[in-house]
Design a protein around this ligand. Structure first.
Ligand SMILES: Nc1c(NC[C@H](O)[C@H](O)[C@H](O)CO)[nH]c(=O)[nH]c1=O
Ligand SMILES: CC(=O)[C@@H](O)COP(=O)(O)O
Length: 168
């Protein structure tokens, strides 16, 4: 299992807005991502407003995230879902389309969208990634979200001609 992500970011104190879109399918695992993600966000972005939206399955995540971005302009969106391969190709098709839709959305809106919609082959793989303490993709998602908010804040300040923030 991949476990060499970037290091934990420093906490940010900004009053940022974070939207989490999480599916209900395989909720015993998605809930693990949500709980771990929230716990990490409370430490790394203590002044954040976090709003959670629940959708039926992973396939419904992008359309919900799009509506959220258009209407609330969050600083970051985190997508949580767990797709477990079955007997047909349905899971792979859902996984590929969600991945593509989330990336296109992020680029189109220049809003970071953290992709933690996991496509796995077994409940065991899901458990390792969603319910673990040492390694948890929900924790990693929160760290990526904070990293991206800090980076975008610096970049926006720099583009707006506030060089003193460039090295903040
Ligand atoms: N098999 C999984 C699904 N399937 C449901 C779809 O996401 C979708 O809700 C349905 O096709 C109706 O549009 N969803 C998951 O999140 N995880 C799965 O393993
Ligand atoms: C109904 C689904 O989305 C999914 O569980 C498909 O499973 P399978 O490929 O075994 O039909």
């Amino acid at each position: 299992m991949s476990q060499y992500g970037p290091s934990r970011p420093r906490p940010i104190q900004d009053r940022v807005s974070i939207a989490i879109v999480a599916s209900l399918y395989n909720n015993q695992f998605v809930q693990g991502l949500l709980d771990a993600g929230r716990e990490e966000l409370e430490e790394l972005a203590p002044n954040a407003t976090i709003t959670v939206y629940r959708v039926p399955g992973a396939f419904e995540i992008p359309v919900c995230a799009e509506l959220v971005i258009k209407n609330t302009r969050p600083d970051v969106v985190i997508a949580f879902g767990v797709i477990i391969r079955g007997s047909t190709e349905h899971a792979d098709l859902v996984g590929a389309s969600v991945t593509d839709a989330l990336q296109q959305m992020a680029v189109r809106h220049t809003t970071p969208v953290v992709h933690e919609v996991l496509l796995v082959s077994s409940e065991e793989q899901a458990e390792e990634r969603c319910l673990g303490v040492k390694i948890n993709r929900g924790t990693e998602a929160a760290q990526v979200a904070v990293n991206m908010m800090a980076l975008f804040r610096k970049m926006r300040a720099s583009f707006a001609g506030q060089p003193e923030l460039e090295t903040a």
